[in-house]
Design a protein around this ligand. Sequence first.
Ligand SMILES: CC(C)(COP(=O)(O)OP(=O)(O)OC[C@H]1O[C@@H](n2cnc3c(N)ncnc32)[C@H](O)[C@@H]1OP(=O)(O)O)[C@@H](O)C(=O)NCCC(=O)NCCS
Length: 165
Amino acid sequence: MTSTPPLQLKPFDATDVPFFANMAADPRVTKFVGDGSIWDQATLAEKTNNALRAAPLNEQGAARWFVALHDGQPVGVLVSTRREAGVEIGYWVPPEHWGQGIAGSMVDAGLETIPALYDSDNLIARVDPDNTASARVLTRRGFHVTGCENGLDRYTRKEPSSAAP
Ligand SMILES: CC(C)(COP(=O)(O)OP(=O)(O)OC[C@H]1O[C@@H](n2cnc3c(N)ncnc32)[C@H](O)[C@@H]1OP(=O)(O)O)[C@@H](O)C(=O)NCCC(=O)NCCS
């Protein structure tokens, strides 16, 4: 197992947009996100503005993003979005930090806060079947494939306390 670096999650704010924009402009990062293309300015603005507007969390599409800091430096972004079926999570790490346990550590931290934030134990994620590292982040944390949508595996995790007997 990858060793977990000590990191801290802080809410994403406007000063974090350039850090995120660098990842969204890197084809290595977007390879398994959406249609695989890097994000154009319009997409970047739409997504980051939606995260920054901090809509009420019972609203479909409302998002909260978090930046992972290691030694005070940003090393990843954890995203969460209200969906009909629960709360969808996603995570982005710059390639120079891949393989250091950052995504796993961000999801661990998110699992501590996101269910209470949204008042929902239903966490979901959608992952390209070829995105091995992303799938591993989830399966090691109790997520299971529960379906397939538009070529993406749908992963679901319920808090053990609310799982069916
Ligand atoms: C997917 C991504 C977030 C993983 O980030 P990361 O910080 O490198 O992940 P971690 O270091 O926490 O590793 C996660 C697990 O995958 C494993 N792993 C890492 N790279 C791997 C690879 N290329 N092949 C197979 N397993 C891999 C690690 O060993 C680790 O498993 P372990 O906990 O059993 O040791 C990162 O590659 C990324 O940002 N990709 C682009 C954006 C993206 O695809 N996001 C997910 C969209 S669903």
